[in-house]
Design a protein around this ligand. Structure first.
Ligand code: F6R
Length: 500
């Protein structure tokens, strides 16, 4: 069974660096002052974030103590390829760090190991930052290193020297053959570990770290035994992980549950009628069937107003209900809550209209919803209602004027089910939206209304006839056609990036 690492998957190297920086900074703000550091290309972006923070006035970094993992044997600290030099160049010189510790690679090996071990034995590192080698090494603890080893002298494997020759003008002969490294048991002593990786070359190492046997042949697998490890990786390094997303869609009448695999293939799906139930109770009863040990994201698309993970919906009997908090508490996974029209619009956009910069989605069902997608992002707005046209009824039973959205205010709900009125109102409202947002396409969802599909063409014509248009650019209005679009849109949106 896979051990649950705290896993953050991001879209890019910069996002990875930023996420790792936030993790580390949170720890520092909570009192961590002994920080273990790594070298190599992976943490450079993290160090850049720290330097920027320092430049912006946060000088906490100067007072912390730093402990590096390793150093090449035979390189003086002043050698441009030494890790000592690297740390000064990328971090220490820029943050006025004085309490820095790195094994000495140039003096007598026995002495250097003893001195470094004495330092490590006298402290406990609060947060250890790690990279990972393509062969799964952590620090320079190469495959076959015993897990109980402390600071030691190592012979570097050829694939490690091969991977690192890029720092030595691609000359493998210039890469030192040996190094001094903190041992695996020293690394495991840290209170918290943040391990970073980016790029496809790390995908196998990351897979083996999380799913492999805990075995010295795969050094990073030892981290499965550590109680507090956060893995921060980009999409490419995550590409071999079979990660799953659980999506829940709550409309006024039904709750849908689904689980998607890492290729967004739906592998579980069920629909429950809400009937007269409380939707959250219904959710609570069923959700555990869907969340397995490989699930790393969970979210809900909900009809109603969504703001910062809280849901308000009269029909659902919810007012500022912290659905995100509920899911987080229950599963400790990344969560996202979206308005279901936004989610549906996103699914339509990504599935059929991705070549367009922007699209506006408009759904006519028992309620009216709207959502705007711009450059593959949902625009939710400051209060979470951007693009929202209404919230109530096209089926004729509006009770409270104050609950009317833009659509219902225009629509003569007393003559509901009158297609002509519905068409004219939709066209009028969409014309307004088109003038304000100027989307590339409009998508109308009438799947849930028993209505003549020609209404979509008619609306397109009326909108274009009404459009102020000096450039002869017509707006195209399409019919929505993605099945269970809110559910899929939510899952796709959660997976588009590591951080929601
Ligand atoms: C560096 C270290 C190594 C690197 C690993 C990945 O101090 O201990 O374990 O973290 O070799 O290197 P990069 O980041 O260059 O891919």
């Amino acid at each position: 069974m896979r051990k649950r690492f705290n896993l953050i998957v991001t879209n890019s190297y910069d996002e990875m660096s930023n996420a790792a920086y936030k993790e580390l900074k949170n720890e520092i703000l909570s009192g961590a002052n002994k920080i273990g550091l790594a070298t190599g290309s992976t943490p450079i972006g993290l160090y850049r974030n720290i330097v920027d923070d320092y430049i912006n006035g946060n000088n906490v970094y100067s007072s912390l103590s730093y402990y590096n993992l390793d150093e090449y044997h035979g390189l003086e600290a002043s050698h441009p390829q030494s890790y000592s030099y690297f740390m000064k160049q990328h971090l220490f010189n820029h943050i006025n760090a004085t309490k820095t510790h790195i094994p000495d690679g140039a003096c007598d090996i026995e002495k250097s190991i003893r001195e470094y071990q004495d330092i490590l034995d006298s402290i406990q590192i609060d947060v250890q930052v790690l990279g990972i080698g393509v062969n799964g090494h952590i620090g320079f603890n190469e495959p076959s290193t015993p897990f109980d080893i402390k600071t030691n002298y190592v012979k570097l494997k050829n694939n490690t020297r091969e991977a690192n020759k890029r720092f030595f003008d691609n000359d493998i002969d210039a890469v030192p053959k040996n190094a001094i490294t903190m041992g695996i048991s020293d690394i495991m002593k840290a209170k918290k570990i943040i391990i970073l990786a980016n790029g496809e070359s790390k995908a196998t190492a990351i897979y083996n770290m999380i799913y492999g046997e805990i075995d010295p042949l795969n050094p990073a697998s030892v981290l499965q035994n550590h109680p507090n490890v956060t893995v921060v990786i980009d999409r490419n390094a995550a590409s071999k992980l079979p990660l799953k997303t659980v999506a829940i869609d709550i409309s006024s009448t039904r709750v849908k549950f689904a689980r998607y695999d890492h290729n967004m293939k739906r592998e579980m799906f069920e629909i429950h009628d809400i009937a007269n139930r409380n939707p959250i109770e219904l959710l609570d009863e069923n959700i555990c069937d869907y969340v397995d040990e490989d699930t790393y994201r969970i979210g809900a698309s909900v009809s109603g107003h969504v703001f910062k993970g809280c849901v308000s919906s009269k029909k659902l009997g919810l007012y500022k209900y912290d659905l995100s908090g509920y899911l987080k508490n229950k599963f400790n996974l990344e969560t996202k809550i979206l308005n279901r029209a936004n989610a549906a619009g996103y699914a339509e956009h990504i599935t059929n209209h991705k070549d367009n910069v922007s699209s506006y989605y408009f759904s006519l069902a028992t309620g009216v919803g709207g959502g705007f997608v711009f450059r593959d992002e949902i625009i939710e707005g400051r209060r979470g209602v951007a693009g929202e046209l209404g919230n109530l009824i096209v089926d004729g039973v509006c009770k409270n004027e104050s609950e009317l959205g833009a659509f219902e205010r225009t629509y003569d709900y007393n003559v509901a089910n009158d297609e002509e009125s519905l068409k004219l109102t939709s066209a009028a409202v969409i014309s307004n939206i088109v003038h304000i947002l100027d989307p590339n396409v409009v998508i109308i969802d009438i799947k849930h209304l028993n209505i003549n599909p020609n209404i979509v063409c008619d609306i397109e014509k009326i909108v274009n006839d009404n459009l102020y248009n000096s450039v002869d650019e017509k707006i195209t209005v399409h019919e929505a056609n993605v099945e269970h679009n809110s559910l899929l849109g939510l899952a796709l949106y959660m997976n588009r990036s590591g951080k929601n």
